[in-house]
Design a protein around this ligand. Structure first.
Ligand SMILES: [Zn+2]
Length: 301
């Protein structure tokens, strides 16, 4: 049984609060774990959330501000301390290589893990595995920032009534799947396209083309909404989104489950983010994230 879920490790922008850790998000996708934006304290939040160093296969950093990357030092040392047996690949803006180098080698430790550096310097595909393609898109923030998107390849759903109508059963079902046709019956006759699932991680940014491209058709979208709508001027000035802006993006993109996060410490009432997102016309599933929350990728339609 493949597990696809988001584990929220932290939800605070800029500084942690009494109730919110710096950012940190683990996506479990079949057998893999992708850690996004490990802010300060991520190692301990992993412990609290039941995420082990061995669970990590990739680390994706959107940009080098502290709330998205200060936790790298601890996480990198922990995967080495625990002697994670598989390679771990790190993606981050290439323009921040010096920050990555410092965080990777912040203090002395014994290196035991194959930590592969795969910096990002343009839009495009970063990796392709059997269960997803990982892509990056440039965002708009005072320091260079990239959002990430996982796209599962489309598959095929076999249709039992059509198979029966053509008298195809038993091992012949596997044969037509492998070979594309059988005795004049094509795969199209007995199956339909099963659209691959999509996940995107968008942070930190003001509205730009990359935001829309990343969100397009997502089953699950994690997106920053640092500010409430009454502070739109601040959001634009500092390169962030408001709850209403994020929700409008999700509405236009046909997102099924929207997760808002990365909240400014100036607000004490999380319900207001939900209210403004709904006022913007987003009607899908909506979660205002809090630390240690788990959000399953929505079931296939
Ligand atoms: Zn931030």
């Amino acid at each position: 049984m493949s597990v696809r879920e988001l584990v929220v490790l932290g939800t605070a922008s800029q500084v942690p609060t009494r109730h919110r850790n710096h950012n940190g998000y683990l996506l479990r996708w079949d057998g893999e774990g992708l850690l996004f934006d490990p802010g300060e304290g991520t190692q301990r939040q992993m412990l609290r959330a039941g995420v082990a160093a061995h669970d990590l296969n990739r680390i994706c950093v959107t940009h080098f501000h502290g709330d998205h990357s200060l936790g790298l030092a601890g996480v990198v040392q922990r995967i080495n301390l625990d002697k994670v047996p598989h390679p771990v690949t790190a993606h981050y803006p290439k323009s921040g290589q010096r920050f990555f180098d410092r965080l990777r080698y912040a203090t002395a430790y014994r290196e035991t893990v194959d930590l592969q550096q795969a910096p990002v310097d343009r839009d495009g595909v970063l990796a392709t595995t059997g269960s997803y393609t990982l892509e990056a898109r440039r965002l708009s923030h005072p320091v260079e920032s990239y959002g990430y998107r996982l796209v599962e390849p489309d598959g095929r759903r076999m249709l039992p009534d059509r198979l029966a109508a053509h008298g195809i059963k038993g091992p012949d079902v596997g044969r037509i799947q492998r070979e594309g046709s059988l005795g004049g019956v094509t795969l199209d006759d007995v199956s339909e396209v099963r659209r691959g699932q999509r996940f995107a991680f968008v942070m930190d940014t003001r509205l730009c083309d990359g935001v829309h491209a990343l969100a397009d058709g997502c089953d699950l979208l994690v997106i920053e909404s640092t500010f409430l709508d009454e502070d739109t001027d601040l959001a634009v000035e500092h390169g962030h989104l408001t709850a209403g802006q994020a929700a409008r993006v999700a509405r236009e993109a046909g997102v099924r489950h929207l997760v808002l996060t990365h909240f400014s410490q100036r607000y004490s009432e999380p319900d207001e983010f939900e209210r403004q997102a709904r006022a913007a016309g987003y009607e899908g599933e909506l979660t205002v994230a809090h630390d240690l929350l788990r959000v399953p990728v929505p079931k296939r339609r």
